[in-house]
Ligand binder design. Sequence first.
Ligand code: ADP
Length: 778
Amino acid sequence: MELKTDYLISTPAIDSTEPQSILIVDDNPRNLGVLSNYLKGSGYRILVARSGESALRKAKYVSPDIILLDVIMNGIDGFETCRQLKMDERTQDIPIIFMTALSSPEDKVRGFQVGAVDYITKPLQYQEVVARVNTHLHLRTLHENLKNQNEQLQKTTDDLMQANEHLSKQALQTQISSQVARQITSILDLDDLLQNVVKLIQQQFGYYFVGVWLLDTPKQQIILTAQAVTGKRQLDLNYAIPVDRSDSAVAWVCETGTHYLVNDVENDSKYFAVDLLVDTKTELVLPLQISENAMGALDILSLEEDAFDDTDLVVLQTLADQISIAIRNAQLYKAEQRRRQLAESLEHTGRVLSSNLNLHLLSERILQELAGVVPYERGAVLLRRGDEVYSIAKYGYPAGEEKRQIHVHISDGDVFLRMVETERPVLIDDVLADPGWQQMAWLPVNHSWLGVPLITKNKVIGMISLTRLDIAAFSEEDATLVLAFSSQAAIALENADLYDQINQLNAELEQKVVQRTQELNKANQLLERLDRTKTDFINVTSHELRTPLSIIQGYSQILQNIPAIVDDPSNEELIVGISEGAERLQQIVNTMLDVVRIETQALEIHVKQITITDIIELVRMKFMTALQERQLTLTTSGLEKLPAVFADPDLLFKVFNNLIVNAIKYTPDRGKISVIGQQITSSDSDEEEKIKITIRDTGIGLNPEHHILIFKKFYQTGKVAFHSTGETKFKGGGPGLGLAIVKGIVLAHRGQVWVESAGYNEETYPGSRFQVVLPVNN
Ligand code: ADP
């Protein structure tokens, strides 16, 4: 025990350079003096109080390290003093040691009960006093150190917890940031992207509401484009706030480009209360912008007070910046996609345009293509006719109404007239509010209307009309897009219109052709009848002429046999004249009969094997005198080499007789006539063996327009009245039957006949070539 006390005494005032202070409370001055002297000598700073009241006062402002308190004192006693010291915050930690002469255990217990740490009994053993004082001072120091350490520890723990919280928040924020970044790079559809991002932020941070507001294109409204809310209540998407609204933090942020924090929603002038989100306590609005170009705001509502600290602000603004970039990318992508779609659609319609001229189909196609570029519910292409517009194509109309044509009477203040005046698209946000709108009773109301003019040759000829159910659903951009189509449509319409006109003309022409054909058929029938009448006439005339002709011929022969008449030389000429005239007439009558036979297909062919040389020779003999008179040369070539043919010799004689007589007639004096024979050989062994005989002259020639007609009966190229008479005279007249007979006979022999001539000319005499082709076997 001693040892321990020594040890304690030798270590006074632990961890302190200042001497430790002791307040001694005793109402006995002698006791006070002795004790304080002793303790001073042990190195303590001594304070004294001679009553409980004084001790209470001093202890409060001096804060001694320990109090030695006498129990029995005048005024308040030691127990009461101790009790009061322990009640006061400033003094309660000071250890108190009672000094008491009493040795009853109750008093000791009482001392401990009121808060004393120890007691010493009077008369005092000074060494014991020092030992106890030292022990308690040491304990106190230890206790204080422990307390300090504890406090330090608590602070460190608090700091650590705070740091931890901060770190985990940062980790969460980083995670969300990277999630947002991933969304941004993977989603290109703007609506999808925003919806995902707001959901992510709302759920991960646990906010009440997260919304993205975007400025519309004319920058007049801010529209709620995506939202995520705790619970079921949601704002209407497309909810719009005018940009100049003064009680909206969103509008303010969009205008200034800086964030806005509403900590007291009740009393903030920029807090715009929304009924559906009544529980909001704080709101943070962050700008969405790229290089100071405002595009909207990120709006975050929280159910907690003071929900946003500086770190939140930084992180959320970073997120907002990421969202801004994403929005721009998505917008660029959307614009790019739209451009591509537009180009493709225009290309489609262009292709349809070049391959299709049906006005109706084209317009329908334009409406279909448009639907892919500008969303609409009902569309029509209308054209103006007089004072009305009418539809030529419709798209998206209610079932059963597709076929119904729209007719709108154009009246003053009409939307169409507005378009005619400006030559620009007309946008109506709500047709019900427009005085110039005429609603069809049979159509449900679509509020938005976009009309784009169809202009050709600087004139509005019609319009493309599109409608949507919602109010203000079309934008200026939509109008520009439709305009691109309308210019195509206008060209198409112009082309189609021309095409329609051509079609109409064609139809009219066809109608006329049908009419003319009918007329021609009638004329033909008439001509055929006339022709038959002609044939009948020839038939009748030739038969009628035959009897008197035989009589003339008989009598002329009788006359020639009467010597009294013949002996008179002046009669000879008369008789020869009568005889020759009768013979010529006979020839003509025969010719006429031949024609009749040919026409009535009564020509009898008696086939024999004959040579062309023989026939030509007979003809030549016949015209020997005439040729000499006219000094014409008739040469032949190639005839001898021709094979013998099966044909009617009398008829063939008539063929070459007529051709050669014509050659004589239409060739001037001293001209040349040649008859050339050719065998037609064909490489095709099945081909029939044929010969060709050409009668060539150096005469007046024939214009091409007559080449076919001269083979018709009675057809002559010149005027009948100018003909000189005589069978072989130059340009001597004939009845116009010769070539008709030639053709009839040649065809009856299954041959062909035609003429070749450079044309008619009586100065240069281009001549003619009559070609006759005959089969060798008949
Ligand atoms: P025509 O009795 O008038 O000779 P054709 O039928 O023999 O009747 O001939 C019809 C017409 O063909 C003639 O009037 C003449 O104009 C024309 N023609 C016929 N042969 C020749 C020819 N070799 N050269 C020129 N014109 C000819």
